[in-house]
Design a protein around this ligand. Structure first.
Ligand code: HEM
Length: 509
């Protein structure tokens, strides 16, 4: 029987409208009472679609965000296209993100380039939090950064530094040395020999050498327009050639890594019978052969993504730290002389410096620490993405929001470091106990796994340069007037390469 035969249509319609009206009222009321308005961090005024991106165009991100934080506070909401960020600008807030709520801010944001260059998120640095990532991090620490590899690293570092010192001693008098190039060559040679057993540095594969390919990868890892505007951005990436560049970069890097792996696979057992002959890639290949019960079984792509992390994460950060350290030493003659006294007093009767000598040099350690305070190589670290709703500093933060931690700004803040915050004064560490007042390596689950070993490499190289040579700024420029401008987004380097004149130290004087 038709319903309209029982109830007239007008009655049915008005009853339905009545019910819908009450349902609407009920929903509205219950929403109002159960969902209180979120308390979001203060934010600079946004423009439609692009959000706050216009504030960053053509300007150094870390500096703009630091200036804005003075107005909006130590936690500030920032929108870049469709992506939400919080900008963290105080030790207290940094501690909230990387210690108290580390388990919530332990992921990384999605980007097309990181996805591609990490073999679909198999790596450590850019992948979201997962069991696989944790295992990969353990492998990097035990097979590359840990005590197992320490003696080989020290041996290779010693040999490469000897070569560097000998080359400098033969340098024409009064000629300036490009220290950036020198550091790059030395660090890349060390990484290549320890990781791959051979210096593949200059080997061109698919055309460019890996130095060129790694530089390109680093640039790509900084992200593209597509990351901020998912639909139209991808189109722009395609027509601007950014997608093609990413494909080319990935193919070159992959071909390079593939060659390294194949060379290792082709080596006979007798070539690598000695434990000391085994490099990082040998160890990874061994782990790929083991059955799953005796350890984490690696696939070929896992191995490639680990190599990729070492190449993109380990070289530039170290080179940049070396260049800033040497620049600060050259600019501050008082520091250079005090450092030379410490190092030369220990070296007097020796022909060579070894890692044990360097480990005892307390002023040298303070000099490197002071450099990392003023010049953290990754000024905003790598973004930490929030995985569940939480509160930071009393404000609501939602999943998918990424935290940018302004390590550069926090390290220079006079309210933390006192009035001489901008001065290079290593002695401050005689009294200052560091907690989250400087975070050049991040902290917590996503901290740099090389935070305990990387400074030792920097210290060793600097100790040798400062021990065997005196250094002058060329072209009649006063030491204190050395140009210290910086440039870069993901990695912040000195704008102009550091060029100094070495004078061989005469021990008889
Ligand atoms: C002075 C040298 C170095 C500096 C200043 C440095 C700095 C950093 C920073 C700031 C991060 C991000 C931390 C965060 O997001 O909270 C990081 C992560 C990382 N670094 Fe380093 N790094 C250095 C050397 C190295 C070396 C030598 C390696 C390896 C060979 C390395 C491998 C990594 C990896 C794999 C990650 C990712 C960690 C994760 O997400 O769990 N770094 N590093």
């Amino acid at each position: 029987m038709e319903i309209f035969t029982i109830f007239p249509q007008w009655l049915l319609t008005s009853t339905l409208i009545f019910i819908m009206f009450f349902m609407f009222l009920y929903t509205f009321k219950s929403n109002k009472s159960s969902i209180s308005a979120p308390k979001l961090p203060p934010n600079p005024p946004k423009l439609p679609i692009i959000g706050n991106l216009h504030k960053l165009v053509g300007k150094p991100r870390h500096q703009v965000l630091w200036q804005l934080s003075k107005q909006y506070g130590p936690i500030m909401q920032f929108k870049m296209g469709s992506k939400s960020f919080i900008v963290i600008s105080s030790p207290k807030m940094a501690k909230q993100i990387m210690k108290t709520q580390d388990h919530i801010f332990c992921s990384r944001p999605y980007s097309k380039s990181t996805e591609r260059l990490t073999y679909n998120y198999l790596d450590i640095a850019f992948s979201p939090q997962s069991n696989h990532r944790r295992e990969m991090r353990k492998i990097l620490v035990s097979e590359f950064l840990g005590p197992k590899r320490a003696s080989r690293i020290n041996h290779v570092l010693g040999t490469e530094v000897d070569t560097m010192v000998r080359a400098l001693a033969l340098h024409p008098p009064n000629g300036a040395v490009n220290l950036r190039d020198l550091f790059l060559a030395t660090v890349k040679a060390v990484v290549c020999k320890v990781a791959f057993g051979d210096n593949y540095r200059q080997q061109p594969i698919n055309g460019p050498s890996w130095e060129v390919v790694v530089d390109e990868a680093q640039e790509m890892l900084g992200g593209s327009v597509g990351d901020f505007f998912p639909w139209v951005g991808r189109f722009i990436d395609r027509i601007s050639g950014s997608s093609r560049k990413l494909d080319r970069c990935f193919n070159n890097l992959d071909a390079y890594i593939e060659t390294v792996i194949n060379d290792h696979k082709n080596q006979t057992g007798s070539e690598v019978s000695d434990v000391d002959d085994k490099d990082f890639v040998h160890s990874l290949l061994e782990l790929s052969c083991k059955d799953a019960t005796s350890g984490y079984q690696l696939t070929k792509e896992d191995i490639k993504s680990l190599i990729m992390d070492v190449l993109t994460g380990g070289v530039d950060t170290t080179v940049v730290t070396l260049e800033w350290t040497m620049s600060e030493i050259a600019r501050n003659v008082r520091v250079m002389q005090k450092l030379q006294t410490e190092i030369r007093n220990r070296t007097k009767t020796k022909q060579k410096l070894d890692a044990t000598d360097v480990a005892k040099m307390t002023y040298l350690k303070m000099v490197v620490k002071e450099t990392l305070r003023l010049h953290p190589p990754a000024p905003l670290l790598i973004p930490h993405e929030c995985i569940s709703q939480c509160q930071v500093g009393g404000y609501d933060v939602y999943p998918g929001t990424s935290a940018l931690i302004n390590a550069w700004g926090i390290g220079r803040d006079p309210t933390v470091w006192g009035e001489n915050a901008g001065e290079f004064y290593p002695e401050r560490f005689e009294k200052f106990e560091v907690d989250f007042e400087m975070v050049p390596f991040g902290a917590g689950r996503r901290s740099c796994p090389a935070m305990n070993t990387a400074p030792a490499t920097v210290e060793f190289l600097i100790a040798n340069l400062v021990c065997w040579f005196d250094w002058e700024v060329p072209n009649g420029v006063k030491n204190e007037d050395l140009n210290m401008e910086d440039v870069g987004t993901l990695i912040l380097r000195k704008k102009l390469p550091l060029c100094l004149v070495p004078r061989k130290f005469n021990w008889e004087d």
